[in-house]
Design a binder for this molecule. Structure first.
Ligand code: ADP
Ligand code: MG
Length: 471
């Protein structure tokens, strides 16, 4: 018998692999809509939301999924597909899937504007929004606050403001672009039910256009796209290449903007860095607001982990986390939100499997490769630079003989952090601080550890610096 929790975990890994193999757009259409339905002695069954998807997925991806599954668990001889309406998504099979709280639908997928009959005649056209991707589950930090604020503004606005139109969101993979786009669509739909909101990937837009050409119903295509109140186009970098699609996009874009309809676009790079995109389009994309989503910092990673851990705890009775464990993961897995989510899922799966709480040791063991990959060596230069920046003093002053308190204190904090965070000797550190004697370094280190007990503000400064250095 194949264990449910194990199968959930395998399914997560396979999905991640397929996501990379087939790209975000196809993944969202075909694989993201599947859920693990049942497991038995030597097979697993996946559920699709309707017959169309079921048949297409088994035809197109059945073989590959089976291959991947076998590679992970050689007891699995076959992967089957069943149809299951999302209306009854909460069945015993689903509530049981404790191993994987965040990847399962809490959640039914909502089809915004295409119905099944249309889906059957055209190529794949379901516009799906993931219920998990809403504003209240989006954790805001320095790197995404502008994007988040702009997204909320756009979602709430009654009519599109020129200064936010288009809203162009860009950033690296797994940083929450799709999450924000879905959140905008949900919120806009909630606040303004009368509006026609359309979300789709640029790839799908292209696909739709090409098949409209083939079926000679370009008129209907134009009407459909030009009648929306809000158009959200995800992964715009994939629009490149096809000239006719770009031409069509350009006209749709202009029509909508002229009519004060909101456009939101996401891409993995800024408008100016898009390749294979015509200059006139690039320049239009810069008309509204361009907001980037930067890499996650420690604080944001911790926030994301806390929020996902809360979800997991709510779904898994008895699951607990040792207090330090999320900090450990946030320090060591210095990566995007998607990877963090994966890491947390692994921990939860492990914990529910063996029925113990999530500890730092267990995280170290379970996340082996992930935490090792980011285990890095800090240098004295890095620490000095960071401290100087933090206190807004010049690096050269910090290394100089000046004794003014405003410089001496940061200097001692830097000495202290060098001693704590590197394995350099006191004389080594002294040499890097303008040739100071090792006793001076010793004194600085002692002074700061003493002051840390007495002065909360200084303790906080040290903690902040340590966190940002240790990520
Ligand atoms: P992108 O589209 O930029 O590649 P996604 O929006 O697909 O990234 O995000 C990847 C995963 O990480 C999703 O499950 C998403 O919910 C989660 N995620 C990303 N950023 C955040 C955030 N700030 N708060 C909570 N979850 C996030
Ligand atoms: Mg995305």
């Amino acid at each position: 018998m194949i264990e449910r929790a194990r199968a959930e975990e395998t399914w997560n890994e396979i999905r991640a692999t397929v996501r990379v193999e087939i790209g975000e757009a196809s993944y969202q259409s075909w694989i993201g809509v599947l859920s693990l339905e049942s497991v038995d002695r030597d097979s697993v069954n996946l559920a699709a939301p309707n017959r169309f998807i079921c048949e297409r997925v088994s035809g197109r991806f059945g073989q590959r999924l089976q291959e991947l599954w076998r590679a992970q668990d050689n007891r699995v001889k076959s992967v089957g597909f069943v149809v299951k309406n999302m209306g009854d998504a909460i069945t015993p099979a689903n509530t049981e899937s404790a191993a994987n709280p965040s990847a399962k639908p809490k959640s039914r997928r909502l089809s915004l504007s295409a119905d099944d009959s249309e889906t059957m005649t055209h190529e794949a056209t379901t516009y799906t929004l993931d219920k998990r991707y809403q504003f209240d589950s989006f954790v805001v930090g320095k790197s995404n606050e502008l994007a988040n604020a702009a997204a909320r503004r756009v979602a709430e606005a009654q009519t599109a403001a020129a200064s936010y139109n288009p809203l162009f969101l860009y950033g690296g993979v797994g940083l929450g672009k799709t999450h924000l786009m879905h959140a905008i669509a949900w919120e806009a739909q909630q606040l303004h039910p009368e509006k026609r909101v359309m979300y789709l990937t640029a790839e799908k837009f292209m696909h739709r256009f090409v098949s409209a050409l083939r079926y000679k119903d370009v008129f209907a295509f134009k009407q459909e796209f030009r009648s929306v109140d809000m158009l959200l186009l995800d992964d715009f970098q994939f629009i490149g290449g096809k000239d006719s699609t770009q031409e069509e996009f350009f006209h749709t874009f202009n029509t909508l903007i002229d009519a004060n309809r909101q456009i939101v676009i996401s891409a993995d790079r800024s408008p100016n860095d898009l390749e294979n995109v015509e200059e006139r389009i690039k320049s239009r994309l810069n008309w509204g607001l361009v907001a980037d989503i930067g890499p996650t910092d420690y604080e944001l990673r911790l926030g994301i982990l806390q929020s996902k851990a809360e979800d997991a705890i709510a779904l898994n009775q008895g699951l607990t986390f040792e207090p330090k464990v999320l900090e450990f993961v946030a320090h060591r897995v210095a990566s995007n939100a998607r990877v963090l989510e994966g890491a947390l899922n692994r921990l939860v799966a492990q914990a529910t499997l063996v029925g113990r709480k999530v500890t730092v040791d267990m995280a170290q063991e379970t996340l082996g490769d992930l935490v090792r990959a980011f285990d890095r060596r800090l240098t004295i230069d890095e620490i000095q630079r960071k401290v100087a920046e933090h206190f807004n003093v010049r690096l050269s002053d910090m290394l100089s003989p000046r004794r003014a308190r405003a410089i001496a204190r940061p200097r001692q904090i830097a000495m202290y952090l060098c001693k704590e965070l590197t394995d350099k000797s006191l004389p080594d550190i002294g040499r890097k601080f303008g040739g100071r004697d090792h006793t001076t370094i010793m004194h600085g280190v002692k002074r700061i550890s003493q002051l840390s007990d007495e002065d909360p503000a200084l303790r906080e400064d040290v903690a902040v610096l340590r966190r940002s250095l240790e990520y």
